[in-house]
Write a protein that binds this ligand. Structure first.
Ligand code: AMP
Ligand code: TRP
Length: 329
């Protein structure tokens, strides 16, 4: 069975874009592969200032991961900070990476440019090396990620190859598995930019844990386009096209059939239908996540069990790395 690893940051509520772009794939992959999924709280420290926030978001995210269908008996779901080997191998990756190659990471350039380069933290710069450690510790064959992570996977492959060449075969060189852009979801208010945690306004983002009323309101006030025909046309009708993608992805009805169904009806009717599909789809997920959050001890136990499984693999890779480096035992 192939070993598959992917991680997600606990930096905010899970939205429909995360769900369709990543989590659906995680869930469907768990019975085909040996899957490891990390909630990377140490990565999230690059943007936090208040105690407790990352911890709360970690539990929220864990509840959603289990509620959407990751089965703790099958998938290894863990919290990064529970496994010190991540930080330990992260340092070794920092010692292997060149300053020049790290400086070329576009995510760092984008994120640091947003806040002004002087306010960016060192951790944001070294973050891709910690990510490389996340992946290499588990000897993963495949790493399913969005297009935005392609460069980090390339760096991981370069670092693994370099280490193996210098110190002997230690890491499997993983393959990125770039998830197809088919399910790319856009912001409801600004349908030309992707739905994202860092969106300007929450009104454009459909969160899995939002109340049915809140999500209905967001969909009904989604930006629409000129005209009144429900037709998929990303150039002329980005708002309606996005809503068609959302409906189709969750209901399984093809976009062509939705166009037929809403032929001659206005945007209002169509938005009502989209809201219903979204709300009904999220309803059981939200209920299950709320139930998990109610029993925090049990939720944390599930994460500890995941960490126990992950730790075995991670420690063994780290020990082997130290050995191949020739550190004193
Ligand atoms: P984030 O933590 O927001 O970077 O998202 C984690 C993962 O979710 C990304 O690597 C993507 O695979 C996926 N994702 C996030 N936003 C979207 C979106 N609007 N449409 C499709 N996939 C998305
Ligand atoms: N950098 C990824 C993101 O922003 C999150 C991440 C951290 C990750 N470590 C990883 C993804 C390891 C895949 C594998 O989405």
């Amino acid at each position: 069975m192939a070993r598959v690893l992917s991680c997600i940051q606990p930096t905010g509520p899970v939205h429909l874009g995360n769900y369709l772009g990543a989590l659906v794939n995680w869930v469907s992959g768990q019975n085909r592969n040996d899957v490891f999924h990390g909630i990377v709280d140490l990565h999230a420290l690059t943007v936090t200032d208040k105690p407790g926030v990352i911890g709360d978001q970690t539990l929220q995210l864990a509840a959603v991961l289990f509620a959407v269908g990751l089965d703790p008996k099958v998938a290894t779901v863990f919290v990064q900070s529970h496994i010190p080997a991540h930080s330990q191998l992260g340092w070794i990756m920092e010692c292997l990476a060149g300053f020049g190659e790290a400086s070329r990471m576009t995510q760092f350039k984008d994120k640091s440019a947003k806040g002004g380069a002087d306010t960016a933290r060192v951790g944001l710069f070294t973050y891709p090396m910690l990510q490389a450690a996340d992946i290499l510790l588990y000897q993963a064959h495949y790493v399913p990620v969005g297009e935005d992570q392609r460069q980090h996977i390339e760096l991981t492959r370069d670092l693994a190859t370099r280490f193996n060449a210098r110190f002997g075969e230690t890491f499997r060189v993983p393959e990125g598995h770039i998830l197809k852009a088919g399910a790319k979801i856009y912001d409801l208010q600004e349908p030309t930019s992707k739905m994202s945690k860092s969106s300007g306004s929450a009104a454009g983002v459909l969160e899995l844990m939002d109340t049915p009323e809140a999500n209905t309101k967001k969909i009904k006030s989604a930006a629409t386009d000129a005209g009144r025909e429900v037709k998929f046309d990303e150039k002329e009708k980005p708002g309606i096209s996005n809503l068609l993608t959302i409906h189709s992805s969750l209901s399984g009805t093809s976009i062509a059939n939705l166009e037929k169904e809403f032929d001659g009806k206005g945007y209002g009717d169509f938005k009502g239908a989209v809201a219903e599909v979204v709300v009904e789809y999220f309803r059981p997920i939200r209920a299950q996540a709320l139930e998990l959050l109610e029993d925090e001890k049990h939720l944390i136990d599930l994460l500890h069990e995941g960490a126990d499984k992950a730790r075995v693999v991670a420690s063994s890779t780290l020990q082997n790395t130290y050995k191949n480096l020739g550190l004193v035992k």
